[in-house]
Design a protein around this ligand. Structure first.
Ligand code: EPU
Length: 343
């Protein structure tokens, strides 16, 4: 009951938006009573008429979605998802969430994500698919929600190359952008010229030229409260047949070296400078190591596959085990490549 009163009093736009740190600190405090309940849920889940309120902001409410169904690794407990159908209205939706004091995160395609078994008290914003790509000469505007592989093929059909290596990277354009995903000599940042996003801190939609925001290995400087809306790519002319041949080569290499038909989140750890994590884990003889339902892939040692109904706890324990062994033998601290959402 007490929580409800607090929630209702929060359901007004604050006169001046709090800073991100102030807002998070307040929201965490408010969440304490909800966390002590039998199951995690977001503050919004208890709000009467929430479905209609969210719909009024051009979005759709999906309460208690099992994140094991929304992630390629297939683990993770429940969370409330808001699917955004009108990205132009993100500022008002984000302002609504801030006004309410509910923490939120952005969910992309879920292909590089490990979510805790208990689920999350945060609301997850996910852009709906369906918006078309726009082509003008060598420039392409790709919606963040578009499937990355489909985007590569759509560009190829128009004789635009340069993204072939990314063909087998699972997930969305937005996810690849945020992580600066890369494979076979190409990183997403190599082809991105501008990004349109809704800044969580200002609740404004901005278009950012990428010369001023350099991409690093599997890292960008976007905040977790920035909702990426679309990317403007610049791609070189290349005949479709040539692109297709390169795509086939990449697919062959990937099929030969990665467990493409098993549930995974891609590479679990980053490569330390000048080293290959997969090679190190392999040299330690850890392929096939199993914790619960999680197994170190026999095909590529930097992949953990969910082979026997793994839990997030199984995967995390296996990651800790690998980390300890690599530290002991190579003196290197492995950094996670997969995004881990505990509470
Ligand atoms: N290797 C082994 N044993 C293994 C795995 C790899 O000996 O179990 C050796 C390979 O033989 C090769 C070297 O390690 O000599 C590097 O392996 P690979 O070519 O597979 O590349 P990687 O560095 O392990 C990176 C990316 C992959 C991307 C591939 C292909 C990272 C962490 N990984 O893997 O990206 O698909 O290159 O370009 O940067 C991902 O981001 O999720 C991902 C899988």
């Amino acid at each position: 009951m007490e929580t409800r009163c607090k929630m209702n009093s929060c359901d007004r736009k604050p006169s001046a938006p709090p800073s991100l740190a102030e807002w998070r600190a307040g929201a965490v405090g408010r969440l304490a009573s909800i966390r002590s309940g039998p199951k995690l849920m977001s503050l919004l889940a208890q709000e009467p008429g929430i479905r209609e309120r969210v719909a009024a902001h051009g979005a759709e409410w999906f309460p208690g979605e099992r994140l094991s169904q929304h992630t390629s690794l297939g683990v993770g407990g429940p969370a409330d998802i808001i699917r955004v159908h009108d990205a132009a209205r993100l500022p008002e939706l984000v302002a609504y969430l801030y006004g309410f004091g509910v923490p939120w995160r952005v969910l992309g395609g879920g292909s590089n994500l490990l979510v805790a078994d208990a689920g999350l008290p945060d609301v997850l914003l996910q852009l709906a698919r369906g918006e078309a790509m726009a082509f003008a000469g060598n420039r392409v505007v790709a919606p963040a929600a578009a499937n990355l592989g489909t985007a590569v093929l759509e560009c190829a059909k128009r004789n635009l190359g340069g993204m072939e290596g990314l063909i087998g990277v699972p997930g969305t354009v937005g996810g690849a952008l945020r992580m600066n995903a890369g494979a076979y000599g190409i990183e997403m940042g190599d082809v991105v010229r501008a990004v349109t996003l809704c800044r969580g801190a200002t609740r404004l939609i901005e278009s950012v030229r990428m010369e001023n925001a350099p991409f690093e290995y599997r890292h960008t400087s976007f905040s977790s409260q920035d909702v990426l809306i679309s990317a403007t790519l610049e791609l070189p002319d290349c005949p479709y047949a040539v692109i297709l041949e390169r795509i086939k080569q990449c697919n062959r290499k990937r099929r030969a070296s990665q467990p493409m038909w098993e549930k995974s989140a891609g590479c679990i750890f980053k490569n330390p400078p000048g080293r290959s994590t997969g090679k190190m884990i392999d040299e330690l003889g850890l392929k096939g190591t199993r914790v619960g339902g999680a197994v170190v892939s026999e095909r590529h040692a930097n992949f953990i596959v969910n082979r026997y109904h793994a839990t997030a706890a199984d995967v995390l324990r296996l990651m800790d085990f690998i980390r300890e062994r690599v530290l002991k033998s190579y003196g290197l601290e492995l950094e996670e490549e997969v995004i881990v959402w505990k509470e």
